[in-house]
Design a protein around this ligand. Structure first.
Ligand SMILES: C[S@@+](CC[C@H](N)C(=O)[O-])C[C@H]1O[C@@H](n2cnc3c(N)ncnc32)[C@H](O)[C@@H]1O
Length: 240
Protein backbone atom coordinates (compact mmCIF):
# COMPACT_ATOMS: atom_id res chain seq x y z
CA UNK A 1 0.00 0.00 0.00
CA UNK A 2 1.24 3.49 0.69
CA UNK A 3 4.79 4.15 1.82
CA UNK A 4 4.41 6.13 5.04
CA UNK A 5 8.08 7.05 5.15
CA UNK A 6 7.59 9.44 2.24
CA UNK A 7 6.71 12.86 3.48
CA UNK A 8 5.36 14.44 0.32
CA UNK A 9 2.73 14.09 -2.34
CA UNK A 10 4.49 11.16 -3.98
CA UNK A 11 3.01 9.01 -1.22
CA UNK A 12 -0.43 9.68 -2.69
CA UNK A 13 0.18 8.46 -6.16
CA UNK A 14 -2.26 5.54 -6.15
CA UNK A 15 -4.97 5.72 -8.75
CA UNK A 16 -8.15 3.89 -7.78
CA UNK A 17 -10.96 3.30 -10.26
CA UNK A 18 -13.32 5.79 -8.66
CA UNK A 19 -13.28 9.53 -8.01
CA UNK A 20 -15.07 11.98 -5.77
CA UNK A 21 -17.33 12.76 -8.72
CA UNK A 22 -18.46 9.12 -8.88
CA UNK A 23 -19.51 9.28 -5.22
CA UNK A 24 -21.71 12.24 -5.97
CA UNK A 25 -23.33 10.60 -8.99
CA UNK A 26 -23.75 7.17 -7.41
CA UNK A 27 -24.57 8.12 -3.83
CA UNK A 28 -24.89 11.68 -2.58
CA UNK A 29 -27.07 13.15 -5.33
CA UNK A 30 -29.98 10.81 -4.58
CA UNK A 31 -32.71 12.16 -2.29
CA UNK A 32 -32.96 8.86 -0.35
CA UNK A 33 -29.38 9.45 0.74
CA UNK A 34 -30.45 11.64 3.66
CA UNK A 35 -32.23 8.78 5.37
CA UNK A 36 -29.25 6.47 4.75
CA UNK A 37 -26.78 9.03 6.05
CA UNK A 38 -28.83 9.76 9.19
CA UNK A 39 -28.93 6.05 9.95
CA UNK A 40 -25.13 5.89 9.56
CA UNK A 41 -24.74 8.88 11.86
CA UNK A 42 -26.70 7.03 14.56
CA UNK A 43 -24.54 3.94 14.17
CA UNK A 44 -21.33 5.95 14.08
CA UNK A 45 -22.38 7.82 17.24
CA UNK A 46 -22.22 11.17 15.47
CA UNK A 47 -25.94 11.93 15.31
CA UNK A 48 -25.80 14.21 18.35
CA UNK A 49 -22.66 15.88 16.95
CA UNK A 50 -20.23 14.92 19.71
CA UNK A 51 -17.49 16.09 17.30
CA UNK A 52 -18.81 19.65 17.38
CA UNK A 53 -19.22 19.50 21.15
CA UNK A 54 -15.60 18.43 21.45
CA UNK A 55 -14.29 21.55 19.71
CA UNK A 56 -17.04 24.01 20.55
CA UNK A 57 -14.92 25.99 23.03
CA UNK A 58 -12.64 26.85 20.11
CA UNK A 59 -15.44 27.32 17.59
CA UNK A 60 -17.51 29.71 19.64
CA UNK A 61 -15.10 32.60 19.16
CA UNK A 62 -14.89 32.14 15.36
CA UNK A 63 -16.45 34.88 13.23
CA UNK A 64 -17.12 32.96 10.03
CA UNK A 65 -17.34 29.19 9.78
CA UNK A 66 -17.58 27.29 6.49
CA UNK A 67 -18.92 23.74 6.75
CA UNK A 68 -17.41 21.94 3.75
CA UNK A 69 -19.67 19.17 2.47
CA UNK A 70 -22.34 20.18 4.97
CA UNK A 71 -24.70 17.31 4.13
CA UNK A 72 -28.10 17.53 5.82
CA UNK A 73 -26.86 20.06 8.38
CA UNK A 74 -25.84 17.81 11.26
CA UNK A 75 -22.94 20.04 12.37
CA UNK A 76 -24.78 23.30 11.66
CA UNK A 77 -27.73 22.28 13.78
CA UNK A 78 -25.34 21.55 16.64
CA UNK A 79 -23.68 24.96 16.24
CA UNK A 80 -27.08 26.66 16.60
CA UNK A 81 -28.05 24.42 19.52
CA UNK A 82 -24.84 25.33 21.31
CA UNK A 83 -25.54 29.03 20.81
CA UNK A 84 -22.97 29.90 18.15
CA UNK A 85 -23.42 33.57 17.22
CA UNK A 86 -21.08 34.05 14.27
CA UNK A 87 -21.73 33.58 10.54
CA UNK A 88 -22.35 30.06 9.28
CA UNK A 89 -21.69 29.17 5.65
CA UNK A 90 -22.37 25.78 4.07
CA UNK A 91 -20.72 24.43 0.93
CA UNK A 92 -22.42 21.39 -0.54
CA UNK A 93 -22.34 19.70 -3.93
CA UNK A 94 -25.62 17.81 -3.65
CA UNK A 95 -28.64 19.81 -4.75
CA UNK A 96 -30.91 17.83 -2.42
CA UNK A 97 -28.85 18.68 0.61
CA UNK A 98 -28.71 22.34 -0.41
CA UNK A 99 -32.52 22.40 -0.54
CA UNK A 100 -32.66 20.66 2.82
CA UNK A 101 -30.25 23.16 4.37
CA UNK A 102 -32.35 26.03 3.01
CA UNK A 103 -35.53 24.49 4.47
CA UNK A 104 -33.91 23.92 7.85
CA UNK A 105 -31.97 27.11 8.33
CA UNK A 106 -33.35 29.61 5.79
CA UNK A 107 -31.45 32.87 5.76
CA UNK A 108 -29.70 32.12 9.06
CA UNK A 109 -26.91 30.58 7.00
CA UNK A 110 -25.33 31.17 3.58
CA UNK A 111 -25.43 28.18 1.24
CA UNK A 112 -23.11 27.59 -1.72
CA UNK A 113 -24.29 24.87 -4.05
CA UNK A 114 -20.95 23.97 -5.57
CA UNK A 115 -18.15 21.48 -5.83
CA UNK A 116 -15.49 22.31 -3.28
CA UNK A 117 -12.86 22.55 -6.03
CA UNK A 118 -14.98 25.02 -8.01
CA UNK A 119 -15.67 27.23 -5.02
CA UNK A 120 -13.49 30.22 -4.20
CA UNK A 121 -14.01 33.35 -2.17
CA UNK A 122 -12.48 36.77 -1.71
CA UNK A 123 -13.60 36.69 1.92
CA UNK A 124 -11.73 33.80 3.51
CA UNK A 125 -12.95 32.03 6.64
CA UNK A 126 -11.41 31.81 10.07
CA UNK A 127 -12.70 28.25 10.51
CA UNK A 128 -13.42 25.42 8.10
CA UNK A 129 -15.10 22.17 9.09
CA UNK A 130 -14.54 18.96 7.18
CA UNK A 131 -16.16 16.46 9.49
CA UNK A 132 -17.40 12.87 9.40
CA UNK A 133 -14.48 11.76 7.26
CA UNK A 134 -15.39 14.18 4.46
CA UNK A 135 -11.82 13.78 3.16
CA UNK A 136 -12.51 10.05 2.69
CA UNK A 137 -14.88 10.83 -0.19
CA UNK A 138 -11.79 11.82 -2.17
CA UNK A 139 -9.25 9.38 -3.59
CA UNK A 140 -5.72 9.38 -2.16
CA UNK A 141 -4.64 11.37 -5.22
CA UNK A 142 -7.41 13.94 -4.69
CA UNK A 143 -6.85 14.37 -0.96
CA UNK A 144 -3.77 16.57 -1.25
CA UNK A 145 -5.61 18.86 -3.68
CA UNK A 146 -8.52 18.93 -1.25
CA UNK A 147 -6.32 20.12 1.62
CA UNK A 148 -4.55 22.63 -0.62
CA UNK A 149 -7.87 24.04 -1.71
CA UNK A 150 -9.16 24.29 1.86
CA UNK A 151 -5.93 26.02 2.84
CA UNK A 152 -6.68 28.70 0.23
CA UNK A 153 -10.18 29.26 1.65
CA UNK A 154 -8.76 30.08 5.09
CA UNK A 155 -7.80 33.41 6.53
CA UNK A 156 -4.22 33.89 7.72
CA UNK A 157 -4.01 31.90 10.97
CA UNK A 158 -7.33 30.22 10.12
CA UNK A 159 -8.08 26.69 11.35
CA UNK A 160 -9.36 23.61 9.58
CA UNK A 161 -10.99 20.95 11.76
CA UNK A 162 -10.88 17.62 9.96
CA UNK A 163 -12.31 14.33 11.15
CA UNK A 164 -11.55 10.82 9.97
CA UNK A 165 -12.61 7.42 11.10
CA UNK A 166 -9.86 5.02 12.04
CA UNK A 167 -8.51 2.77 9.31
CA UNK A 168 -7.86 -0.88 10.22
CA UNK A 169 -10.87 -0.83 12.56
CA UNK A 170 -14.13 -1.77 10.86
CA UNK A 171 -16.31 1.25 11.39
CA UNK A 172 -19.76 2.37 10.29
CA UNK A 173 -22.34 -0.35 10.04
CA UNK A 174 -20.08 -3.37 9.68
CA UNK A 175 -20.51 -4.41 13.29
CA UNK A 176 -24.13 -3.55 13.88
CA UNK A 177 -25.92 -3.61 10.58
CA UNK A 178 -25.94 -6.41 8.06
CA UNK A 179 -22.67 -5.39 6.54
CA UNK A 180 -23.00 -2.96 3.67
CA UNK A 181 -19.56 -1.45 4.13
CA UNK A 182 -16.94 -3.66 2.64
CA UNK A 183 -13.25 -3.04 3.37
CA UNK A 184 -11.34 -3.57 0.16
CA UNK A 185 -8.14 -3.08 2.12
CA UNK A 186 -7.40 -1.51 5.48
CA UNK A 187 -8.07 1.96 4.10
CA UNK A 188 -10.22 1.61 0.96
CA UNK A 189 -13.90 0.91 1.57
CA UNK A 190 -17.03 0.45 -0.46
CA UNK A 191 -20.50 1.31 0.80
CA UNK A 192 -23.37 -0.28 -1.03
CA UNK A 193 -26.84 0.58 0.14
CA UNK A 194 -29.87 -0.32 -2.00
CA UNK A 195 -28.76 0.63 -5.53
CA UNK A 196 -26.35 3.31 -4.30
CA UNK A 197 -22.60 2.99 -4.13
CA UNK A 198 -19.86 5.09 -2.55
CA UNK A 199 -16.17 4.42 -2.30
CA UNK A 200 -13.70 5.96 0.04
CA UNK A 201 -10.22 6.06 1.41
CA UNK A 202 -9.39 6.73 5.06
CA UNK A 203 -6.00 8.45 5.31
CA UNK A 204 -3.67 7.45 8.13
CA UNK A 205 -2.36 10.05 10.57
CA UNK A 206 0.94 10.09 8.69
CA UNK A 207 -0.85 10.67 5.39
CA UNK A 208 -2.94 13.52 6.78
CA UNK A 209 0.20 15.05 8.27
CA UNK A 210 2.14 14.71 5.00
CA UNK A 211 -0.70 16.22 2.95
CA UNK A 212 -1.30 19.02 5.44
CA UNK A 213 2.39 19.87 5.43
CA UNK A 214 2.49 19.87 1.60
CA UNK A 215 -0.61 22.05 1.55
CA UNK A 216 1.18 24.61 3.74
CA UNK A 217 -0.40 24.17 7.18
CA UNK A 218 2.08 25.24 9.85
CA UNK A 219 0.57 23.42 12.83
CA UNK A 220 -1.01 19.98 12.83
CA UNK A 221 -2.53 18.38 15.91
CA UNK A 222 -4.59 15.25 16.21
CA UNK A 223 -6.70 13.82 19.00
CA UNK A 224 -8.26 10.40 19.22
CA UNK A 225 -11.82 10.48 20.52
CA UNK A 226 -14.76 8.19 21.03
CA UNK A 227 -18.21 8.90 19.69
CA UNK A 228 -21.50 8.32 21.48
CA UNK A 229 -21.44 4.69 20.31
CA UNK A 230 -17.83 4.29 21.48
CA UNK A 231 -16.37 4.28 17.97
CA UNK A 232 -12.84 5.65 17.84
CA UNK A 233 -12.13 8.51 15.45
CA UNK A 234 -9.46 11.16 14.84
CA UNK A 235 -10.01 14.89 14.93
CA UNK A 236 -7.28 17.03 13.40
CA UNK A 237 -6.69 20.72 14.03
CA UNK A 238 -4.75 22.20 11.11
CA UNK A 239 -3.64 25.81 11.48
CA UNK A 240 -2.63 27.93 8.50
C1 LIG B 1 -20.20 12.07 4.90
S1 LIG B 1 -21.13 13.45 4.40
C2 LIG B 1 -20.71 14.52 5.75
C3 LIG B 1 -21.76 15.57 6.02
C4 LIG B 1 -21.38 16.61 7.08
N1 LIG B 1 -20.05 17.17 6.87
C5 LIG B 1 -21.46 16.05 8.48
O1 LIG B 1 -20.43 16.01 9.15
O2 LIG B 1 -22.56 15.70 8.91
C6 LIG B 1 -20.16 14.13 3.05
C7 LIG B 1 -20.84 15.29 2.36
O3 LIG B 1 -19.88 15.94 1.52
C8 LIG B 1 -20.50 16.28 0.30
N2 LIG B 1 -19.45 16.32 -0.73
C9 LIG B 1 -18.74 15.28 -1.22
N3 LIG B 1 -17.89 15.70 -2.18
C10 LIG B 1 -18.07 17.03 -2.30
C11 LIG B 1 -17.49 18.03 -3.14
N4 LIG B 1 -16.57 17.71 -4.04
N5 LIG B 1 -17.91 19.31 -3.00
C12 LIG B 1 -18.84 19.64 -2.08
N6 LIG B 1 -19.45 18.73 -1.28
C13 LIG B 1 -19.07 17.44 -1.38
C14 LIG B 1 -21.50 15.17 0.05
O4 LIG B 1 -22.51 15.55 -0.86
C15 LIG B 1 -22.01 14.90 1.46
O5 LIG B 1 -23.13 15.68 1.76
Amino acid sequence: MIDLSKDDETCLAETPSWTNEFNHDRFYCHPENEEILKNYAEIAGLASACDIQLIYDELKTAHRILDVGAGYGRAIEALFDLGYKGEIHALEKSENYCKRLAELFGNKITIYHDDVFAYSTDKPFDVLLSLWCGIGDFTPGEQLGYLRHLYDLLDDEGTLYLDTSTWCIQSVNTEYVNTNTEYLSEQFYLISEREYLAQGYIPTINEVKACAKCAGFRSIKVIRYKTDTYRERFLYTLIK
